[in-house]
Structure formats: structure tokens, C-alpha cells
Design a protein around this ligand. Structure first.
Ligand code: GLA
Length: 436
């Protein structure tokens, strides 16, 4: 009997599903990379953690403080093989930093690569998954960003990539500590298809560049679905294009990651950063700040604390917005309409103008409610502009009144995005068919 059970156990597939219960809504926090690159130390992390608290960003949901590349010593511990931190940057070790971050009521994240080296040339975790996961857990790590550099060619089919990344899923699960697993393989081999039950999020593209729309050959793909070279220097609005077809694959516990935010890093203007933050929120990307939060302008703080947009991102439905249409304009760029469902039969929709000119648009409810059907398309909705504040309460979301059929005559400036929340006035609207 014992032998039979043993044989049966061997025959069952290893349980790989990510059972960590984390990221039921997209993760929020701050990461070192976009602003500081390799120029980090214990002080960078602790100052940022203090700034999260002192700027009250924790009350908006920002909770993870994540150390990206270049925290590692030149080599692993020669006797145990365990990872070691660079003693000049982290003289008290990583556990001490993690403890201090925890004492501020925050969570702590770290970075490695599913390769021989990280992208910054430090030791990677390929074939060291177990000892690395164990060590991270012993340090009190709550989050792992796991990159793709120097992967020894172990990519090229979804199965090969899956196996390489699932080794870390297994190792993290085995520690018994809940560690959010943020895969960063730049969309290679289509992680939206294969990573849904091994990771909490996956990067969909090459690295973001702090720029609205500049084309750069180092981000050569026009779509990510068959992208052979994700590259880097991907302008922000190109990543929005990349995200459009894969929203359908994300949901609670498993998200498309459009990369860390650039809001506040200086490469875009206010309207462009509003577009950036709005679209990351609507498609349910993790919201990981990437600026120097110890030194922020009021504009930056205004954008990253728009709690109406954050509520869209964190909506319990976890349903990413879809692009309803994209209209290319003769002067260059386009207009795009996006729509998503929220809890309690509420909706969010957004109009984005990537063209160089201001535009005037009638936003038709036939388009906005294309998925909900006729009774919604002809229904009446109270609309709230999520980038205007209610003058009496000061809260984001100005009540614009009730609308039937369309939002007429919308004036939208160059590179702007307008976001509306729609609440049905009558609850009689019946959906034509179940939404996906
Ligand atoms: C890759 C990742 C980035 C960052 C760097 C660090 O490029 O995609 O987000 O982690 O590596 O070297």
C-alpha cells in the first residue's frame, strides 16, 4: 500500500501553481532602478522608505520598497554558495535593511536574474534558485523581481522559459514565506500565456524610457505578440500599444507589468505623466514608483496620489481596461478610447490623444458600452472626471452630471488623457451577454 501511494505521488505533476495569495490587486510600491540605476546603497533604500511614510504614500497603497540590480557583492559566499550583498553599499547586510523597512510598516523587495549574471553583471540565480530563495526568505524578503539577462539561451519556446521561471516559483513556495514573484522576462515567449499560474506579474516589453513617444531602434518591435527582440528604450506610449492585446490575460494574482513608473523623472510634461499614470492604472499594471521620492515636485505628488485613479487600478474586479478603438490621425499619432468594468456595475473609460494637436471628440456610448449592449448604449450615466477635483470636498472625481448617448464635444489637448467614471442612473440596464 505504502509503495502504491509512493508510486502515485511520483506520477502526479509537481504542484507549481502560485499559491501565495498575493497581488489580488496590482502591487504598489517604489523601486530603485529608474532613478538611481546602480548608484544605490542602504541609505538610498532607507531614505525612500522614510519618504513613503512621510509623504503619506502608504495610505494610498504604496507598500513595497524594492532594491533593483547592483546590490550584490562581486561573488557569492565561497563556502556556502549563498548570495551576499555588496559590503560597501550595504555594510549591515540586507536583513538589517529589510528589518528597518519592516519597522516602518512597509514590505521589502529584492532583485535577481534567471540567468548566470544580472543585467548589471552581478551574479544571477540560474541554477541557484533554492539557496537564493531560502536566503531571501531568511532576510525577510517579501518580493522578488526576477530578470532575464544572461539566460544561457534557455528561452525560445514558452515551455523552456516556463521551466526556467517555474524553478524559482517552486523555490519561493518551498520557503513557506509569502514572496510576491514579479517576473521580468520582457514579454519573451509570451508570459501572458505561460506565467499566469507561476508568477504574480510579468513584464510585457523591453524597458521603459522616460519619453512620451520617441521611436528608438533599441525597442524594435511594433507588437509584442511575436517580438524577437524586446530591447529597451521603449517610449511610454509604445508600451501602452504593446499592452492593448494582452489585457485579457491578467486578473487577480497575475498581472501584466508595463514596467516601473517614470512619473517625476523629468522626461515628460505634466499631461504626459497624467497619461502615463492613467493608462498604467486602467490596464492594471503594478504601480511601482521609479522617481526620487525624497525630492518630489507638487505636480509629481499630485499625479501619484490621485486616489480615484488608484481605486480604478485596485478595483476588486481586477478587470483590465480594453482598447475600444484607435484612430490614426493625419498629423501623426492617434486618438484611443479605452473602457473597463469596475465593481458594482460601474465603469471607467478614457480618451487619449497621442497626436501633436488638440482634438475635439464626441465619445459615443455605442463605443463605450460596446461590450455591454443596447440597454447600456442608450442608458443614462452620471459621469465623474477623475482628473478634476470636487471643489467642495477636494476629492478627485468631479461630478459632471448625467449623460445619455455620448460625451459630446470633448476638448482634449496634445498628449492628454481624460478619464471618466460612469455610474448608471437607472439600474435596469441588462447586459446583452456575459463579459469575458
Ligand atoms: C533589466 C530590467 C530593468 C532593470 C535592469 C537592471 O533591463 O528590465 O527593469 O531591472 O535590468 O540591470
Amino acid at each position: 500500500m505504502a509503495l502504491t501511494l509512493f508510486t502515485l505521488a511520483l506520477a502526479l505533476p509537481a504542484v507549481l501553481a502560485l499559491e501565495n495569495g498575493l497581488a489580488r490587486t496590482p502591487q504598489m510600491g517604489w523601486n530603485t532602478w529608474n532613478h538611481f540605476g546602480c548608484g544605490i546603497s542602504e541609505d538610498t533604500i532607507l531614505s525612500a522608505a522614510k519618504a513613503l511614510v512621510s509623504n503619506n504614500l502608504t495610505s494610498y497603497g504604496y507598500e513595497y520598497v524594492i532594491v533593483d540590480d547592483c546590490w550584490q557583492a562581486p561573488a557569492r559566499d565561497p563556502s556556502t554558495g549563498a548570495p551576499v550583498a555588496d559590503p560597501s553599499k550595504f555594510p549591515n547586510g540586507i536583513k538589517d535593511v529589510a528589518d528597518q523597512v519592516h519597522n516602518m510598516g512597509l514590505k521589502f523587495g529584492i532583485y535577481s536574474s534567471a540567468g548566470t549574471y544580472t543585467c548589471g553583471g552581478r551574479f544571477g540565480s540560474l541554477d541557484h534558485e533554492e539557496i537564493d530563495a531560502k536566503t531571501y526568505a531568511s532576510w525577510g524578503v517579501d518580493y522578488l523581481k526576477y530578470d532575464n539577462c544572461y539566460n544561457e539561451g534557455r528561452a525560445g519556446t514558452p515551455k523552456i522559459s516556463y521551466d526556467r521561471y517555474a524553478n524559482m516559483t517552486r523555490a519561493l513556495n518551498a520557503t513557506g514565506r509569502p514572496i510576491l514573484y514579479s517576473m521580468c522576462n520582457w514579454g519573451e515567449d509570451g508570459p501572458w500565456n505561460f506565467a499566469v499560474d507561476i508568477a504574480n506579474s510579468w513584464r510585457i516589453s523591453g524597458d521603459i524610457h522616460d519619453d512620451f513617444d520617441r521611436y528608438d531602434d533599441r525597442c524594435p518591435c511594433t507588437s509584442i505578440l511575436d517580438c524577437k527582440l524586446p530591447g529597451f528604450h521603449c517610449a511610454m506610449s509604445r508600451i501602452i500599444d504593446f499592452a492593448a492585446p494582452v489585457g485579457q490575460k491578467a486578473g487577480p494574482g497575475h498581472w501584466n507589468d508595463l514596467d516601473m513608473l517614470e512619473v517625476g523623472n523629468g522626461g515628460m510634461n505634466f499631461d504626459e505623466y497624467v497619461t502615463h499614470f492613467s493608462m498604467w492604472a486602467l490596464v492594471k499594471s503594478p504601480l511601482i514608483l521609479g522617481n526620487d521620492i525624497t525630492n518630489m515636485s507638487n505636480d509629481t505628488l499630485t499625479i501619484i496620489t490621485n486616489d480615484a485613479l488608484i481605486a480604478v487600478n485596485q478595483d476588486p474586479n481586477g478587470s483590465p481596461a480594453s482598447r475600444i478603438w484607435k484612430r490614426t490621425l493625419p498629423e501623426g499619432g492617434d486618438l484611443q478610447l479605452w473602457q473597463g468594468s469596475l465593481v458594482n456595475n460601474q465603469f471607467v473609460f478614457a480618451l487619449m490623444n497621442t497626436s501633436p494637436n488638440p482634438q475635439t471628440v464626441n465619445v459615443s456610448f455605442t463605443d463605450v458600452f460596446v461590450d455591454q449592449g443596447a440597454s447600456y448604449q442608450s442608458g443614462t450615466f452620471t459621469l465623474y472626471d477623475l482628473w478634476q477635483k470636487d471643489p467642495s470636498s477636494g476629492a478627485w472625481g468631479l461630478n459632471l452630471g448625467d449623460f445619455t448617448g455620448s460625451v459630446p464635444n470633448v476638448q482634449i489637448g496634445t498628449h492628454q488623457t481624460k478619464v471618466w467614471k460612469a455610474i448608471p442612473v437607472s439600474t435596469s440596464q441588462k447586459r446583452d451577454r456575459a463579459e469575458l
